[in-house]
Design a binder for this molecule. Structure first.
Ligand SMILES: [Fe+2]
Ligand SMILES: [Fe+2]
Length: 277
């Protein structure tokens, strides 16, 4: 089975700053003839505030004419405990209206040699939203019922930057406490692959027998980031899942313009106006 992971497309009908990177990405996806496309979030520029961003981007994914699944990013549904756009039940409901469930299971192949792909809503993690506990219980069950299937996780935010023992990296990776819980589950069930986005950096590495893939963005690079591994490049990821084996390759996508967010940030993500009173 051939899967393409794309991430951080950051598209919007009202803010077309990165819009011309969609056509080359869509053409490249079509040429690879994948069975499934998985988008690991930040589909939109600002779906958390602008519903038209969500509807427009879901329409673009549908136009691919290829089956797709997506998990939300912070720009799509807001972020855990983060002003001015916390994740809320309303924002989750809007995501589901256009993109379907924010967490999902996709079983591929047979029960003894196949795969269980699990999409996680990383924005719920450490959010305190009622759905956070619901997702945790759902994940426990999804893992326990995977049987002999190999397990792969897809989520927007990486579990860690340097290593699972690191402290709080703030915006950039999962918080230490939920990370500990997720790492324990990952080790217990021997998760084979963890695929994420969010960092706008490309990285493909093994750690304790698990492959971690940071999908590059297709939209823009980020100049100002804390010290962390990974390559500042745009692109996508190509997976081949077989019986008991897989390959993951970070791919060059011809025709992508190398935008930098700092060049357009005041226009694309203006600082929220201070409210008085
Ligand atoms: Fe992003
Ligand atoms: Fe993000």
């Amino acid at each position: 089975m051939r899967i393409i992971q794309i991430s951080d497309t950051h598209l919007s009908p009202g803010k077309p700053h990165f819009a011309d990177n969609w056509a080359p990405l869509a053409a490249w996806i079509a040429a690879q003839r994948p069975d499934l496309v998985i988008h690991t979030g930040d589909v939109t520029v600002d779906g958390a505030a602008v519903e038209a961003d969500l509807s427009y981007c879901a329409g673009l994914l549908n136009e691919l004419g290829i089956r797709w699944l997506a998990v939300p990013g912070n720009h799509d549904i807001g972020d855990a405990r983060r002003a001015p756009q916390p994740v809320t039940a309303e924002r989750l409901a809007l995501w589901r209206r256009y993109f379907g469930p924010d967490r999902w299971i996709e079983d591929v192949g047979g029960a003894t040699s196949g795969w269980r792909l699990i999409g996680l809503d990383a924005m719920l993690i450490d959010s305190g939203e009622p759905e956070e506990a619901g997702q945790a219980q759902w994940l426990e069950r999804a893992m326990a019922e995977a049987g002999e299937r190999r397990i792969a996780w897809f989520l927007h935010r990486p579990l860690f930057l340097q290593g699972p023992q690191e402290g709080d990296t703030g915006y950039w990776s999962v918080k230490p406490q939920p990370r500990g819980w997720l790492m324990a589950m990952l080790r217990h069930y021997r998760v084979v692959l963890v695929a994420s986005g969010h960092l706008h950096k490309a990285r493909n590495f093994d750690f304790e027998g698990t492959r971690y893939v940071w999908s590059p963005a297709s939209s823009f690079l980020v100049g100002t980031q804390p010290e962390m591994p990974g390559d500042k490049r745009l692109g996508a990821v190509l997976y081949e899942l077989g019986n008991g084996a897989f390959t993951a390759e970070i791919a060059e996508v011809p025709g992508l313009n190398q935008y930098w967010i700092e060049d357009v940030k005041p226009e694309v993500y203006p600082r929220p106006a201070k409210t008085s009173g």
